[in-house]
Ligand binder design. Sequence first.
Ligand code: NDP
Length: 472
Amino acid sequence: MPGTESLRRRKPDGKTDAVYISEEGKKLDQKLDQYGSYEFGGPMGVLAIMIGFPVLMYYMWICLWFYDGKLTHPTSIDDIQPFLGRMWTHLCEDASPNMYAWKVYSGNIFFQLFLAWVMPGFMQEGLPVPSLGYKTLMYNCNALTSLYVTMGTAAVLNYYGSFRLAGIIDNYGHLMSVAMIWGFSVSFGIYFVAIATGTQMRMSGNFIYDVFMGASLNPRIGPVDLKMWAEVRMSWIIVFFLAVSGACKQYETLGYVTPNMAFMCLATWFYINACAKGEECIPQTWDMYHEKWGFMVIFWNFAGVPFSYVYSVVYMASHDPSKYKFSTPTYVALYATLCTAYYIWDTANAQKSHFKMQTQGVYLFRKTFPQLPGNTVKNPTYIQTAHGNRLLTGGWWAWSRKPNYVVDWIMSLTWGLVIGPATPIPYFYSVFFITVLVHRCGRDFERCAVKYGKDWDRYCEAVPYKFIPYIY
Ligand code: NDP
C-alpha cells in the first residue's frame, strides 16, 4: 500500500527490520514473561470461578427452560432442601451427558480438528514471541473454508434427515454437560502435557492457579494451533449453530421463524464469520501472544461462550412468540444498532491489525467477505515507543483506547434486548461481558504501562478516553 512503507520499524542504524525490538524492549518483554502476582483473587478466587461458573450456567438454563425464565429460588427455609432436590433432578434427568451429546459435541470437535488440519487457508505469520526468542509462528487461517464446509455438511445432513438441526437446542442441557467435561479435561490434560514437555512459562507454583491461568503459551497438534482453533472453531461455531437450531425448532413448531430468532442467526453469523474471515488478525491479539492456554480460556471456549451467550435463543425456542413480539420500528432499531455496532467493531479490529501488519512489513491484506470500507487507516498517526512497537492513534483508535470493546459490548446487549423484558437471563451475557471487558482492560493497560513506560503516558494523553469519547 502506498504511503505505508515508512511504517516498517526502523533500527537505530536506519535499516528496516520486520522483527526489530530494542534492547530495552527485550528487557521489558522478559519482565512481562516472568510470573508477577496473583490475579482473579489468587487460588481461592480461581477455585470459586471454576466451581461457580458451571453451577451458574446450569441454574440459568434450568430457569429458562423449566421455570418460564424466572429466577427460581427456595420460597422459605423449609423449601431449601426440596429446591435443591428439584435442581438435582433436572441435572440428572435433563442434563445428563447422554450418548447424543457425546456423539454430537465430540463429533464436532474431531470434525473441526480434521478441517483445521486439512483445509486450505491463508498462511499468516504471528507476532514475534518473546519467550521463543522472538521467533514468529505460522498460522494456517482456514477457519473460513472450515466454516462453510461445516455449514454445508450440516445443511445436507439436516435435509436428508440424518441429523436434525433442531435437535441441538432440544439437547441443550446434555450438550452443556459434555462441553463442561471436555472443558475441564482439556484444561487439566494440557497442563500436565506442558509440565511433561517442559513448555510451561510464567508459573506461580500453585497447582490450581496454574491450571486456571494455563502453563503453555502456544500448544499445537501438528499444524493446528490449539488456542486459536478453540477460540474460533469451538465457541463461535456452536453459538451460531445453537441459533440456527433455534430457528429450525421454530420452523418445525410454528411454521415460520420470528424476526427475533432471525436476528440471533444474523448476529451470531456476523460474529463467527468475522472471526473466520479475519482469522489472520487473531495472532496479533493479546489472547494469542500473551494469554496462556489454561482453564480460563479453554473452559470458556469449550463451554462458557457456547452455553451462556445465547440464552435468548433458548428462551425463544421454548416459549410462545407473543412473549417477545415487538413493533416494526423496534425491530428496525434493533437491527440498525446491531449492524452499526458490527461495522465499527469489524473495522476497528481490522484497523489495528492491519496497522500492526504494516509495521511488520505486510501491505497486502486478505480479501474475504465482507471487506468493509475503512478497515485500514491510510497514512495513520501513531506513537513510536522506545520498545520498538507503535501505538495507533488514527481511525477509530483516535476516539478511545478501546473502541472495539465498546461496540462489542453493544452487540452483546442486543443479544438480550432481542427478547425485551420477557426474562432477565439473556442479559447475563452483556452483564458478564462488561465485567470481563473492564477487568481485561485493566489487566491490559497495566501490562502496556509496564511495557511502554513513559510512551504509554504519551499515548494516554493523545487518546485520553478509555471507552466512550468525552465521557469515560
Ligand atoms: P485489543 O484488540 O484491544 O488488544 C489489546 C492489545 O493491542 C494491547 O495489549 C496492545 O498490545 C495492543 N494495542 C492496544 N492499543 C493499541 C493501539 N492503539 N495501537 C496498536 N496496538 C495497540 O484487545 P483484545 O485482544 O482483548 O480483544 C480483541 C477483540 O476480541 C475485541 O473486539 C474484544 O471485544 C473481543 N473479545 C471478545 C470476547 C467475547 O467473549 N466476546 C472476549 C475477549 C475479547 P501490544 O502493544 O503489546 O501489541
